[in-house]
Design a binder for this molecule. Structure first.
Ligand code: HEM
Length: 326
C-alpha cells in the first residue's frame, strides 16, 4: 500500500498525524487556560465530556493519531538508518545547518512519550478511565481541578512537566514546518516563512504550558483547589447522583440544598452512626446498608481530603439520611 510502503506515503502520514497533534496540543493549552481563569467552568466541561460517547470517540481518535505517528516515526527511522548503511554514525559529520532538533526528532519523541505516560497516569487514568470502569473513587472523576491539585502538589510534577514541555518545543518547532516540506511544499519563499510561524506558534504554546504549570503548582501548594468555596460547592454537587442512586431522591435533595459546612456535618454524623456497633448489628440484614456505608465513607474521605487544618464538625444527622428500613 502506497501510504505504508513508499517513503513519501510514510512522510505524508507523519505530516497529517503531526498536524492533528499540533492542533490538539494548542486546544489543550487553551483548555488549561480555562482551568486557570474559570476553574468551575473547567470542571463543568470535564463533567459534560466525562465518558460520553462523543468524548470516547475523540479520545480514541487521538490515541489512533498518536499510535500512527509513533509507528510511522519508527518506520522512517529504520528506513533512514538502512539508507545510510555503514555510514550511520556519520550523523556527527552532518553540516552545521542541519538543526539539532531535526537530528533528534525520535529521541525528543521518546521524551514526550515518557512525559505522556506520567501525565496519563496522573489525569486520564483517574478521570475518564474511572468513568468508563464505573468505579467511584474518593475524588469525583469530573473534578478536574482536584486532579490538578493532586498532581501539582507533588514537588516532582512541575520538573517532569517542564522537561516534557522543552522536548515538546524542539519537537514541534521542527515538525511544524518540516511537515509542509514532507508533503512537497518545498518553496524557498515559504519554508523560511513557515519556520518563523513554527517558531512563534510553538514558543507561545510551550511558554503558556510552562506558565500554567507554575500557576497550578503555586495554587496547589496553597490548597486553592481544595478550599475555594465555589469549587467546594461544585464538588458537593458532583456527589448528588451517587446519593440519588444509593439513598434515593430525598437524601440527594438534602445534599444538594445544604450549604457545604452543613453537608459536612451531616456526613460525619451519619458515618459515626453507621460505624456504631449497635447500628451495624441493627442494619446487618439490610441489603442496602453496605453500599450506603461505602457511599458515606467515600464522601467523608473526600471531605477529609478537602479539609485543610479544620477540626471535624459535630454530629448532626438529619432524618432523610437514615435507612428507610429503620
Ligand atoms: C500544565 C500542563 C497540562 C495539564 C494541567 C494537563 C491536564 C490534563 C487533564 C486535566 C486532562 C483530562 C483527562 C481526562 O479528562 O480524561 C488531560 C488529558 C490529556 N492530556 Fe494533558 N495537561 C497538560 C499538558 C499536556 C501536554 C503538553 C500534552 C501533550 C504533549 C498533553 C496531552 C494530553 C492527552 C493526550 C490527554 C488525553 C486526552 C483524552 O483522553 O482525550 N497534556 N490533560
Amino acid at each position: 500500500m502506497w501510504l505504508s510502503n513508499s517513503s513519501v506515503g510514510r512522510k505524508f502520514i507523519m505530516a497529517l498525524t503531526g498536524a492533528c497533534l499540533v492542533l490538539f496540543v494548542t486546544f489543550h493549552c487553551l483548555m488549561n487556560a480555562i482551568a486557570i481563569c474559570w476553574p468551575a467552568a473547567y470542571n463543568s466541561v470535564c463533567e459534560f465530556l466525562g465518558a460520553n460517547w462523543y468524548a470516547l470517540i475523540a479520545s480514541a481518535g487521538l490515541a489512533v493519531l498518536i499510535i500512527l505517528h509513533i509507528i510511522y516515526a519508527m518506520m522512517l527511522t529504520v528506513q533512514n538508518r538502512k539508507a545510510r548503511g555503514n555510514d550511520r554514525y556519520a550523523i556527527s559529520r552532518r553540516p552545521k545547518t542541519v538543526e539539532w532538533s531535526s537530528q533528534n526528532m525520535f529521541v525528543l519523541g521518546v521524551v514526550i512519550l515518557a512525559f505522556l505516560a506520567v501525565h496519563m497516569i496522573q489525569f486520564w487514568a483517574k478521570m475518564q478511565l474511572q468513568e468508563i470502569r464505573g468505579v467511584h473513587d474518593v475524588l469525583p472523576p469530573a473534578a478536574g481541578t482536584l486532579f490538578i491539585q493532586e498532581a501539582f502538589s507533588q514537588v516532582w510534577t512541575p520538573i517532569v512537566y517542564i522537561i516534557g514541555f522543552i522536548a515538546l518545543w524542539f519537537h514541534l518547532n521542527h515538525g511544524f514546518w518540516s511537515m509542509f516540506q514532507s508533503v512537497g511544499w518545498d518553496s524557498t519563499v515559504w519554508i523560511p516563512r513557515l519556520k518563523k510561524i513554527a517558531l512563534w506558534w510553538t514558543s507561545i504554546v510551550v511558554l503558556l504550558f510552562i506558565a500554567q504549570a507554575i500557576v497550578f503548582t503555586v495554587k496547589a501548594n496553597d490548597n486553592y483547589y481544595k478550599t475555594d468555596p465555589t469549587l467546594r460547592m461544585q464538588y458537593k454537587e458532583m456527589l448528588v447522583p451517587m446519593f440519588e442512586k444509593d439513598f434515593g431522591p430525598d437524601a440527594a435533595q438534602a445534599i444538594n440544598a445544604a450549604p457545604y459546612e452543613q453537608m459536612e456535618q451531616m456526613m460525619r454524623g451519619t458515618l459515626s452512626q453507621m460505624e456504631n456497633p449497635e447500628a451495624q448489628a441493627y442494619f446487618q440484614n439490610d441489603p442496602e446498608f453496605p453500599k450506603r456505608y461505602e457511599c458515606v465513607k467515600n464522601t467523608v474521605a473526600l471531605l477529609d481530603y478537602l479539609s485543610v487544618d479544620e477540626a471535624p464538625a459535630a454530629d448532626i444527622v438529619p432524618n432523610n439520611m437514615q435507612s428507610p428500613n429503620k
